[in-house]
Every structure is written in structure tokens, then in C-alpha cells.
Design a protein. Structure first.
Length: 261
């Protein structure tokens, strides 16, 4: 792996630790508030003490320097920083993130393609970078993927940079957009060194001011089922329950199905 790309990957780990440290108050961590603090959250030495590790060693982690913490240390940091289960899993993934081949846009097996096309409700398949790879007729009627150029067939691009999508979600757009940013962050941090992800991130920063603000928060969310409400320009008010499923053929592929409510 190129040294520059490796540094970028380690920086995601440091940025994640710093963001969690700065959001945690002394009171929440079980520490006395003490004197007035010039910076938000805990100090580095407080996190190190709570986790039972050396201050210099923790600083190296936050600075993105080449350090490989053990599983025990990672778990201790998760407890010290009061991480959620999703955040804890993300920290573990970041610390064991191996070198990889360059990202290549996925191919969808014919069997999965036929399943998607056979469904009556809207369904589509996305890849690791959240590119929309395959969709059925019902999804086309709602999302009109075929009208977009291939480079725009990406869930983040569609939600964050397309004015039409903002109109469709109305007052619910903000919550939907923040949710996908936090979900994508969990994948991005493991591929932060890859040119395809670097390019996508640069475009989102360039075309979506909200994205830049939310990205700095470094929020992490798991992909979960839920409900969406949209006002379609032709179909009017639409309400769906949605769920996603990981493909056994390729874990990077996710099938998303919308069921009308």
C-alpha cells in the first residue's frame, strides 16, 4: 500500500478517537469536572488513564502514527470513551484494517439480478461504495435511476447533491441525509486510502455544504430497517418500509427492498 494512502487510513482512526474524546464530558466519564477547560471533552491523558494505557502511546494513535493496538487495548479504549456497540465494532475494524487491492466496481451475479427483476416492490442492489448496480422496474418508477448518468448512480450523490431528491423527502430530507452519511462513514474509513473513495468524498465536499459539516462529526450508524415517506412528482405521497440484505456471493453487495405501507 502506498505510504500516503496508509497515512490517510491511519488518520481516520486518529480522527475517530479524537471526535469521540471531544464529545465525552468528564461527568459522563465518571471524572470530576475540575477547573474550566479550554477544549471540549476529555484530555488525552484522561482517556489514557481510563483505558489503562500510556499517554504517549495514546497520542501516537490520535496522531495517526504507525501503532497496532491489541484487541484488549481496543476494548479498553471503547469502554473509556463510552462507545456504542456500533462504534466499538468500527474501532475494532479500523485497528485491524489490512492492506487491500484497489477498489473495483462490483458485478452482480445473474441469479441476484433475476431475483431483483422478479420482485413487484421497488428493489435495487448497491456495492461497497454505495453505487446503484442493479434495479427493477418498480424501483425505476420511483427513483428513475436510468435517467442518471452512470457516475451519478450512487446513493450518496443522489441524496446529498440532487435538488429533486431534497424536494421528494421534504422536511424529512435532513434526517435521511444525516443517516446515510453516518452509515457510509463506517465503510469509508476502511477504504479511505482508495482513489475511488477519495474521488467520491471530494465530490460530496464540493457539492454538498451539509455533507462537509456532518462529516466532521464522524458519526457512525449501522444499516437498519426503517420507514421512509416521499412525495413523488407523479405518484404523490409514498410511504415505504425498507430493509437491506447482504449477499452471500459477495458481502459488498446489498439488496434493498421497499415495501409499500
Amino acid at each position: 500500500m502506498d505510504a500516503t494512502f496508509a497515512d490517510r487510513s491511519r488518520n481516520e482512526l486518529g480522527d475517530f478517537l479524537r471526535s469521540r474524546r471531544e464529545r465525552l464530558t468528564p461527568r459522563a466519564a465518571g471524572l470530576p469536572a475540575g477547573r474550566r477547560r479550554r477544549t471540549p471533552g476529555l484530555r488525552r491523558e484522561e482517556v489514557a488513564e481510563l483505558a489503562g494505557i500510556g499517554v504517549d502511546w495514546y497520542i501516537r494513535l490520535e496522531q495517526g502514527r504507525s501503532v497496532s493496538p491489541s484487541v484488549t487495548t481496543v476494548d479498553a479504549l471503547a469502554r473509556a470513551l463510552r462507545l456504542s456497540k456500533v462504534e466499538h465494532a468500527h474501532l475494532r475494524a479500523l485497528t485491524r484494517n489490512p492492506g487491500r487491492r484497489a477498489f473495483v466496481r462490483e458485478s452482480v451475479p445473474e441469479a441476484i439480478r433475476r431475483v431483483v427483476e422478479s420482485l413487484n416492490q421497488p428493489a435495487y442492489v448497491t456495492g461497497r461504495r454505495w453505487d446503484v448496480l442493479v434495479w427493477n422496474k418498480a424501483a425505476e418508477e420511483v427513483f428513475a435511476f436510468s435517467r442518471l448518468p452512470e457516475e451519478d448512480r450512487n446513493i450518496l450523490i443522489i441524496i446529498l447533491t440532487k435538488p429533486a431528491t431534497r424536494r421528494v423527502f421534504g422536511v424529512g430530507w435532513n434526517e435521511q441525509a444525516r443517516r446515510v452519511v453516518a452509515q457510509f462513514r463506517a465503510t469509508h474509513d476502511l477504504w479511505a486510502d482508495d482513489p475511488a473513495f477519495v474521488e467520491l468524498l471530494a465530490r460530496l465536499h464540493r457539492e454538498s455544504p451539509e455533507f462537509t459539516t456532518w462529516w466532521k462529526a464522524h458519526d457512525i450508524r449501522a444499516a437498519v430497517s426503517g420507514r421512509k415517506q416521499m412525495t413523488h412528482p407523479k405518484k404523490g405521497l409514498l410511504r415505504f418500509e425498507h430493509a437491506s440484505f447482504q449477499a452471500s456471493d459477495d458481502p459488498a453487495l446489498r439488496l434493498i427492498i421497499y415495501t409499500p405501507v
